[in-house]
Design a protein around this ligand. Structure first.
Ligand code: FAD
Length: 230
């Protein structure tokens, strides 16, 4: 698939070349060799492709990568936790990677605050809250990679047709269902940071507030006790 879209600047155009292939062995530091791979794959494609391929050779922001999901049984080890693409990349095919990264950051930060330094407990809670959300978001939309980058003439025609009808039924509904997954999580409400800002600072020897969750584990945490050191 070859596509061009507006860039961030008025004079900028971004071009994307996507193709399906078995895993490729290439030198990650050899940009010219990576550009050769792209040029070879799109050598006989019409439209503006030859011009785009020529521009590719001098593009200062050329990027060559494979689309791959990250699926891990655990997102943490010791005091290190993975977040966003590093932990659960869903690929651009899902259109949900940014939601995952932002929600993951919110949940991880909230759990770390709520568990008051017990990072092991925070990481377990982070996993429990995020795991179903991530699993759902990583399900590819109908057609998957083959639908995005078809190889045969008929497949390409069908893909072009579906792209053109994104705003109409049934594509519109399929797309809406895919993006609706971004909201498929009951976000816990972490009040600790606000509580800390609002309340008077503890005096020397005074114990800080604890946070306890509602029984479903996803509800609003609340302050449980304030006391003095034993
Ligand atoms: C072509 C394309 C299209 C996409 N389209 C969509 C879309 O439509 N919707 C959507 O939701 N998502 C989309 N995504 C996915 C989305 O961009 C990612 O899922 C999201 O950016 C992940 O956020 P992140 O913070 O985990 O990682 P990143 O955004 O990749 O941020 C990681 C940062 O860490 C920096 N970094 C890396 N290594 C180091 C190091 N050693 N030291 C210091 N810094 C380092 C990087 O430079 C980068 O700034 C798309 C992705 C691509 C590639």
């Amino acid at each position: 698939m070859v596509r061009s879209t507006s860039g961030r600047l008025p004079c900028e155009i971004k071009a994307g070349f996507s193709f399906r292939s078995p895993p490729l062995a290439y030198d990650r530091r050899d940009v010219a060799a990576q550009q050769d791979v792209v040029a070879r794959h799109f050598a006989h494609v019409g439209w503006e492709t030859p011009r785009l391929l020529r521009a590719m050779r001098t593009a200062p922001d050329f990027l060559f990568d494979s689309m791959g999901q990250v699926r891990l049984d655990s997102w943490s080890r010791g005091s290190v936790a993975l977040l966003g693409d590093a932990g659960y990349c869903a690929t651009p095919l899902t259109g949900l990677g940014t939601s995952l990264a932002l929600v993951g950051a919110y949940v991880l930060a909230g759990e770390l605050a709520a568990t008051e330094g017990d990072h092991g407990a925070a990481f377990r809670r982070y996993d429990t809250v995020m795991r179903p959300y991530v699993s759902q978001a990583q399900q590819l939309p109908p057609g998957g990679a083959a639908g995005y980058a078809p190889s045969g003439r008929l497949g390409i025609r069908l893909r072009d047709l579906s792209m053109r009808s994104m705003t109409r039924w049934p594509m519109r509904n399929l797309l809406a269902a895919q993006f609706a997954k971004a909201g498929c999580i009951a976000l816990p409400e972490y009040r600790l940071a606000t509580d800390i800002r609002d309340r008077p600072q503890p005096r020397a020897g005074e114990r800080v507030d604890r946070v306890e969750r509602t029984p479903d584990g996803l509800g609003t945490p609340h302050r449980m006790s304030v006391g003095t050191e034993d």
